[in-house]
Design a protein around this ligand. Structure first.
Ligand SMILES: [Zn+2]
Length: 168
């Protein structure tokens, strides 16, 4: 086991008022880092799938998609495509009632701070009925996926401001 692998643990995030929580298991963190490494300094991203705890207060991320093949990416921008996502959503729903939870993307070698564009996209998703997701999560991986990386999570409620979740 390489030291990098050993260090990764389940990550939990919580809003200051404890209204929103998210759990990102170590296996998901490892997959995210692998996807970021394979994009070679370009932004990349995809969707988050999972479900909420019974009390409906904790989003449990159970799967993350790779960038759909029709995505477009540059060094500092990423436009997520849609190809294959419906099939993945259907498959996850049938397998374990997992559904769309939000979006993830990578800020190569910079901080995982959402840009105005990032937040605008999530706000649009929150109010698009097709997503059925009034409180999407935005997960950003920042830094070096081989070493000093960090992850931020925000909730972007429909009609409200983004709520940062702090790692606990
Ligand atoms: Zn971004």
């Amino acid at each position: 086991m390489c030291p990098e692998r050993k260090r990764i643990r389940d990550l939990e995030f919580r809003s200051k008022d404890a209204r929103f929580q998210a759990c990102v298991p170590a296996a998901i963190v490892r997959r995210l880092l692998k996807l970021c490494r394979s994009s070679v300094r370009h932004e990349t991203g995809g969707i988050l799938l999972g479900h909420y705890s019974e009390a409906l207060d904790c989003a449990q991320v159970r799967k993350v998609s790779a960038p759909p093949l029709d995505s477009e990416q540059g060094l500092t921008w990423f436009r997520r495509g849609t190809k294959g996502l419906q099939a993945l959503l259907d498959q996850c729903w049938n397998a374990g009632r997992d559904h769309y939870l939000g979006e993830w993307h990578f800020h190569p070698f910079s901080a995982p701070i959402p840009s105005g564009t990032d937040l605008g996209q999530l706000t649009a998703i929150a109010s698009t009925p097709g997503y059925g997701c009034p409180e999407p999560l935005l997960l950003i991986v920042g830094g070096d996926p081989m070493g000093a990386w960090s992850i931020s999570v925000h909730v972007v409620p429909r009609g409200g401001d983004a709520v940062p979740l702090l790692q606990v």
